[in-house]
Design a protein around this ligand. Structure first.
Ligand code: BMP
Length: 239
């Protein structure tokens, strides 16, 4: 992942929250050159089929980006094993990264690991969430995520969080709730700038959705803008 980011000079992930196969493929093709990671919510696609996955993988290869299915697993180990590896979406078979809440305890990581590790996948723990009132934004809960990540560092690739949480291992930190123009939405979402996230908070990847394809926006122009802002903020941190 880090090599890909360096090669493309991008720490931008687009949150592709669109609801049809055509919209998802068009968006991935448009923003593909500027991103390191495409984040999907595959269960909002009304006309999902296996051909979507084939085409998505072809675009990932064409534009050199990885895929992160933002499934937010939250059940016991035995159940998430089936949700991750089987069902309609067969997420483990195509998504490089997925994520989970640790509300059910360590078993959720153990279950996902049984399926994902043999396939070379990586898990992200939702150690914090972007809305200010999220119950995940509790120091004890966040610290527990770090403990479990360290214990399962052979499968846990990093965190969804607003800031770098630990230097104890080479974890990736990915941050949603990023916007250059507005500070939030009407349902609790909170946006911070790439500078705050990458330069000040030492996160690695910014995740941007509506800031890129919201009403009246040109996704290519906005992806280029966020890529530039993200990379400059990252370089500023190094200097
Ligand atoms: P947007 O930039 O349009 O607000 O989209 C943010 C994306 O990140 C959504 O796909 C949402 O599911 C996801 N997300 C989030 O906003 N906050 C979190 O704490 C975790 C998320 O996965």
């Amino acid at each position: 992942m880090l090599l890909l980011m360096e090669a493309k000079q991008s720490n931008l992930s687009v949150a592709a929250d669109v609801t049809t196969k055509k919209e998802l493929l068009d968006l991935a093709d448009q923003v593909g050159p500027y991103i390191c990671l495409l984040k999907t919510h595959i269960d909002i696609i009304v006309d999902f089929d296996q051909d979507l996955i084939v085409q998505l993988q072809a675009l990932a290869k064409k534009h050199q980006f990885m895929i992160f299915e933002d499934r937010k697993f939250a059940d016991i180990g035995n159940t998430v094993k089936m949700q991750y590896g089987a069902g309609v979406h067969r997420i483990a078979h195509w998504s490089h990264f997925t994520n989970c809440h640790i509300v059910p305890g360590e078993g959720i990581i153990q279950g996902l690991k049984q399926v994902g590790q043999p396939l070379g996948r990586g898990l992200l723990l939702l150690a914090e969430m972007s809305p200010a009132d999220s119950l995940a934004n509790n120091p004890t809960y966040t610290a527990k995520n770090v403990d479990l990540a360290l214990k399962h560092s052979d499968f846990v690739a990093g965190f969804i969080a607003s800031r770098r949480l630990t230097d104890d291992h080479d974890f990736l930190t990915m941050t949603p709730g990023v916007g250059l123009d507005v500070t939030g939405d009407s349902m609790g979402q909170r946006y911070r700038s790439p500078k705050q996230i990458l330069t000040e908070n030492y996160s690695d990847i910014i995740i941007v959705g509506r800031g890129i394809y919201g009403t009246g926006k040109d996704p290519v122009h906005e992806a280029q803008r966020y890529q530039r802002a993200g990379w400059e903020a990252y370089l500023a941190r190094l200097s």
